[in-house]
Design a protein around this ligand. Structure first.
Ligand code: 5GP
Ligand code: MN
Length: 316
């Protein structure tokens, strides 16, 4: 922590990066960190390779988050990766990260090997909790926008405080954010209780394809690229779909496939009680956590699903 703080004080021009397929933790954490760095008088650019889900768009009102195309590619003396478990999770920004000598990785993924020059990796429920501790160690005043961003980060990575990664320290962090003005009713409504018509139709399509395997202990569903136009949806509308597979009574492992190109699928994996899906994801060069992991797989829908099912069955 102390070495990370020294780096934050020492440099003046920062690029703060979130991971591809950005979620609430990576965007909320990056936005709060950027606000704090700006208060220290630093020049800060926040960026992500990928579209931010509409329901998280309000976070970019606190601090702008640039796309890859509109991010200046040089002029930084330090790059910080937030919530990105490996270099590949930075997408097109990976090369830029590697090219700069001074890099910091702030993350909570158990599979993170520490690919930065400086690494702040703690096994917390969310990266947002690490950022809060960093800001507190800095002596920064956590204002309302920072509190909202970090509450969104912690809430979204813990199933709104419901997963096994919720411990007392994480709840204490949330309590401190509430004290600093986090608007819990507003955040809950925006993040959990709004779904576009397109997303609702996509949900219907995906549910029609829900299948059970291995005597009902594995559930799968998928979304094809053609579904977006047919439903009026966007790929970010896939984010919660895997939960419908996971929640089916008796299911231990849920598999969600999202077609991203010809014979290419982004794979999401979830487990309920005992199966370690991070291990499963690592067999396919991915990673993540015991109960939530992901990877990318090549092949036809049948091939990819068949391969994953065989590997998943071995974990039961
Ligand atoms: P999701 O299924 O929500 O995209 O991801 C679940 C978890 O797995 C997240 O914590 C995410 O960081 C991790 N994850 C997803 N895809 C990948 C991947 O391709 N590589 C690695 N290392 N982690 C991933
Ligand atoms: Mn996270």
């Amino acid at each position: 922590m102390k070495r990370i703080l020294e780096q934050l004080y020492a440099h003046t021009r920062f690029l703060v990066l979130s991971h591809v397929s950005p979620d609430g933790d990576t965007i909320g954490s990056a936005v709060a960190l950027c606000l704090a760095l700006e208060k220290l008088g630093k020049d800060v650019v926040c960026a992500v390779d990928g579209d931010i889900p509409e329901k998280l768009g309000f976070l970019t009102g606190y601090f702008p988050v640039h796309s890859f195309a509109d991010t200046p590619k040089e002029g930084y003396d330090c790059i910080i990766a937030v919530d990105a478990g490996d270099l590949g999770r930075l997408g097109k920004f990976g090369a830029l990260f590697e090219a700069v000598g001074e890099t910091i990785v702030i993350d909570h993924h158990g599979t993170n090997i520490g690919y930065g020059k400086y690494n702040l990796i703690r096994p917390y429920g969310a990266t947002g909790q690490i950022i809060l501790e960093l800001l507190e160690a800095m002596g920064a005043r956590v204002d309302e926008n920072m509190a909202n961003a970090l509450y969104a980060a912690i809430s979204t990575d813990t199933g709104n405080f419901s997963y096994s990664n919720v411990d007392a320290a994480l709840l204490h962090a949330a309590a401190r954010l509430r004290e600093q003005g986090a608007d819990i009713p507003m955040l809950t409504e925006r993040i959990y209780h709004v779904r576009s018509l397109g997303a609702t139709k996509l949900l219907g399509q995906a549910l029609e394809r829900l299948q059970l395997h291995c005597g009902g202990r594995i559930a799968s569903l998928y979304v094809l690229q053609a579904d977006y136009a047919a439903c009026g949806a966007v790929k970010e509308d896939c984010d919660e779909l895997i939960n419908y597979a996971r929640e089916v009574e008796g299911v231990e492992i849920a598999i969600f496939l999202r077609e991203t190109g010809e014979k290419t699928f982004k794979v999401s994996l979830r487990s309920k009680e005992y199966a370690d899906v991070a291990k499963l994801a690592m067999q396919f060069q991915g990673g993540g956590h015991v109960h939530a992991a992901g990877c990318t797989a090549q092949g036809s829908l049948e091939e990819v699903l068949g391969t994953l099912l065989r590997a998943a069955e071995a974990l039961l």
